[in-house]
Design a protein around this ligand. Structure first.
Ligand SMILES: Nc1ncnc2c1ncn2[C@@H]1O[C@H](COP(=O)(O)OP(=O)(O)OP(=O)(O)O)[C@@H](O)[C@H]1O
Ligand SMILES: [Mg+2]
Length: 435
């Protein structure tokens, strides 16, 4: 057997071609075909085909395409018999390259994955040198295969990771929704309680007023009869008034009306706070200068402070721009400033300071008021928590504020010391750009 046309240069070119095919970005199918075409040319085969196999057996030969030197075609009828022979031969021999007189079989082993058999039919069996080149070639193709399968695995892992992370995002969204619902649930329970209270006394007051109205009616009709009979002397009038307890009824009716009016005010306050709560996050965000909002709030809350108060405003910003909803932020600052005013009934100092870092714009609202103990401090953001007298605070201020600040990605820090004062520090992400 002569190997004359399989010189070193041809082997070298073949091997280089194969290395670049194995290392290319092509998919498995393309890589295998190109590798077989190159091998086909190298050994001067008559026809070639390849197929995946499991446990030493050929896999579904109906999918096989045969390379005849020019193109890949459907196999000729004799292929089945060839496959069977190859199969028998290959299952007995586990070496990488086997050859008999008629064909060369490359068993491209791919670790634990199914291996690929490339079968090339030849006129005469290649010599040992060519077989040893083919042995290296087989390793090279196996490397290309392994590399692609790993990439396929990585892509599949990536896809499954993506789907897991999508799933997690959905779960998170559901959890956030659930948390919102539970927040809403707590709020609803609070609202029910808060509104039920004034509704309860307004109703019982109105029932009393209804019986008082009956008494008034009877009183006036008896008075009318007395007038018709010409019997209205001061004594008769006085005895009528005493019998009907008229002075008490009148006094109590007045009180009832006053209490009911304040009850209705309380309900209407709660409702307007709730409107604000429901609108939070709906606002249109735009680039704004926080200092401008703070300055507006000083004007808005002027009536809350008197000559015993000292309101200091400091602006240390050069731009101080954030993305936000001005009217919602007004609500935040105004509530905190009113809270500060309430905490300093006898006077004190409110210091409003706007400053900035590279990444944040900071607003600090510091008062020298009553301060809070730990227990109060822990509950200030809870809806309806208030230490204020009935009618003075709904306890929704900071709960709403918290929601608005959250929508602005702002961080809130509260420090408070009993009898010394309280400082709220709000840190907003800073933005660049035109106002
Ligand atoms: N600057 C402060 N100093 C001392 N206590 C404060 C201060 N700010 C808030 N608090 C405490 O937190 C509670 C809750 O405040 P929040 O603004 O939520 O409600 P409120 O002021 O009581 O009522 P609303 O704001 O609804 O009229 C207050 O009642 C008060 O006890
Ligand atoms: Mg408040």
């Amino acid at each position: 057997m002569s190997d004359t046309h399989y010189d070193d240069a041809t082997a070298y070119r073949y091997y280089r071609t194969l290395t670049s095919i194995a290392g290319s970005d092509d998919d498995i199918e393309t890589m295998l075909r190109q590798a077989i075409e190159a091998t086909f040319a190298y050994i001067g085969a008559k026809q070639a085909f390849y197929l995946p196999c499991w446990e030493g057996r050929l896999h579904d030969i109906s999918t096989i395409k045969v390379f005849n030197g020019e193109s890949w075609n459907a196999p000729a009828g004799s292929l089945k018999a060839l496959c069977d022979t190859v199969s028998e031969y290959a299952s007995a021999k586990t070496g990488l390259v086997v050859s008999n007189e008629k064909w060369v079989l490359l068993v491209i082993d791919c670790a634990s994955q199914p291996s690929v058999w490339a079968v090339l039919s030849v006129d005469s069996a290649p010599g040992d040198e060519v077989l040893s080149v083919l042995e290296d070639a087989t390793k090279c193709i196996a490397f290309g295969l392994k590399h692609r399968r790993r990439e396929k695995d990585i892509a599949a892992t990536q896809r499954s990771m993506e789907s897991i992370s999508r799933g997690m995002a959905e779960t998170m969204a559901q959890l956030v929704q659930a948390e919102k619902m539970s927040e809403l649930g707590k709020l609803t329970a609070g609202i029910a309680h808060e509104i039920n209270n004034p509704v309860g006394y307004i109703r019982s007051n109105l029932e009393s007023l209804a019986t008082y109205m009956d008494s008034f009616q009877t009183f006036f009709s008896e008075l009318e009869q007395a007038v018709e009979k010409g019997q209205v002397s001061p004594e008769v009038f006085d005895s009528l008034k005493t019998r009907f307890d008229f002075d008490f009824l009148l006094e109590d009716s007045k009180e009832i009306v006053e209490t009911n009016l304040s009850g209705v005010d309380r309900i209407s306050n709660i409702v307007s706070e709730l409107y604000a709560f429901s609108r939070r996050g709906e606002g249109k965000f735009k680039t704004l200068k926080v200092a401008d909002v703070v300055k507006r709030c000083i004007t808005l809350t002027r009536s809350q402070f008197d000559t015993h108060h000292n309101v200091i405003y400091e602006d240390d910003t050069t731009s101080g721009l954030i993305s936000g909803d001005g009217s919602q932020l007004e609500q935040v600052f105004v509530n905190m400033m009113i809270n500060a005013a309430h905490a300093m009934p006898g006077g004190g100092t409110l210091t409003l300071r706007v400053s900035e870092t590279i990444s944040h714009v900071e607003v600090s609202i510091a008062d020298t008021g009553t301060g809070m103990d730990k227990a109060t401090r822990a509950k200030i953001f809870t809806p309806f928590f208030t230490t204020k007298a009935t009618g003075k605070g709904t306890g929704l201020g900071l709960a709403i504020t918290q929601g608005i600040l959250h929508a602005h990605d702002a961080i809130t820090d509260v420090s408070s010391e009993l009898n010394k004062g309280t400082t709220f520090t709000l840190r907003f992400p800073r933005v660049e750009g035109p106002e």
